[in-house]
Write a protein that binds this ligand. Sequence first.
Ligand code: ADP
Ligand code: MG
Length: 588
Amino acid sequence: MPIQVLDTDTVNKIAAGEVIERPMAVVKELIENAIDAGANSIIIEIKDGGKSLIRITDNGSGIDEEDVKLAFAPHATSKIKQLQDLLYVSTLGFRGEALASIAAVSQLEMLTKTENAFNGSRYVIEGGIEKRHEEIGCPNGTTFIVKNLFYNTPARLKFLKTSQTEAGYISSIVEHMALSHPEIAFKFINQEQLRFYTSGNGSIKDVIYNIYGMDITSNILPLDTIKESCTINGFIGKPVISRGNRSYINYFINGRYIKSGVICRAIEEAFDPYMMQHRYPFTVLHLKVDPQFIDINVHPQKMEVRFINEKELCKDIYNAVLETLKHRELVPDIVLKKSNVNLRYLSNEEINRLFDKEDNNKNDNKPDSLRETAAYNAHDIKQGTLFEANIMSPQAQKDIKIIGQVFSTYWILQYDSSMFLIDQHAAHEKVLYERFMKQINNNEPATQMLAPPLVLSLSMLQQQAVEENIEIFEKLGYCIENFGGREYMITGIPAQLPSIATNELMLEIIDSIADNKVNISSETLLGRIATMSCKAAVKGRNDLPKEQAYELLKELMSLENPYNCPHGRPTMIKITQKELERKFKRIV
Ligand code: ADP
Ligand code: MG
């Protein structure tokens, strides 16, 4: 093909694609403009996930009649005049691309009026072509009505997800915008239903309550500090409200919602000693940084930021979070007494490591027999595998002696000339899972009704996870009903798992599904929800009465494969008498 200069229309559509990837980006850009215009009230309405309609109304400065047309020209902005201004930019927008890009790929109508003007303007532009420009009466401020997004770029349109998913993304961006500006009243309306609103009274805590509800709001700690590189204020969640994904780690720089791997890591690292593996904290942190130290002009979507003093900033964030956590006694420490005898205790940590999922995973590709030796060679302790079936023989089950329990978690069993350590959590999970799946496979899920029911208030992504998989939930014995807006009632749960009847554990299960970006078969998902449910059911339960624990161990031994929990973690490890004797130098 000969080399050609692309026509303006094509150039604009390509440029638009960079800024406007999906309806959520339109909403983000238009809210940013409203914030920059000094609005203290912003109303966001969408239909069909923003595909057919996005309407954003603000009470900000409005646009002067003579500037209306110019606002839609590419690279037209009132926010910076020259390159140097970028160093001090305090507005959210500055590239002058958004309106031109949105207008290039939609049918757009704008109504705007400044305070001093007698009349307002109405401007209609479709696919980048002006259709109308007239004087009308309208209130102060600006309203954008964006219809049929991507109507003239079918490739882009095809790439969009379902309306529900797109609405979920939009809801999430509006939530973030509301969290980043508690002094602005936000109202979000989806399919003519009010989804949430904030009062604009300036209280971050009130916004957190409006978005996340009571459970989270009653478990947050305030954080207000001035550091060398920044000032930080906001709230962090106590570790009890940890979540299964990173979407609850919110942070804003100079009122801007951004994504930064390094900041996220600094926050996570501070939480690390207080969190279980694969759990993530809740935070809403407002950082104020000298604009000279940041570069926001990295990407058209302005979500990425570069920091000139990155190291210092991260250290300050880390310390601020850690100091806040440290001032509360959140986690008890177990200290073991040192013994004089020449016998070494396996530390809690070591034992944990033995049962640790990750050690096990490293050897996942190897055949079982190899995995067994590879994983635990260093400790001379072995995980049982199906290759040594003797512990499952009926004879064995009669002869096994249960010696006791250590660290309220690991049972010690003796059989033949070996000692077994069994992780009660993993064992419990395994037994519940097997019982549960057996029932499901026989099509006889049993439901236990809850009175009173649990009431959960779900984010749009969580709602979607529930709505899309409601049949799977029902198959497993759950009864879930929407009772208006984002409130859901759990009226029944699987009878096998009575202990999951808490809001926290139900949310954990829902979050883990909401987190699933890839499409998986409903069968896999069923297994996954079942696994999650069982995991939640045994969470924090170390206090199993002895009799119940014995029953559990017996049942575990009767399973086809008692050696792995549904996550693939080992349920038990084995030390032979010989190995012990070697350790004590009785034999060499
Ligand atoms: P940028 O925000 O980067 O300046 P945009 O394309 O988003 O670029 O907007 C172009 C210009 O239109 C802005 O600089 C501003 O002057 C004006 N504008 C856009 N939206 C609004 C609004 N809601 N209220 C007042 N002025 C607006
Ligand atoms: Mg803008």
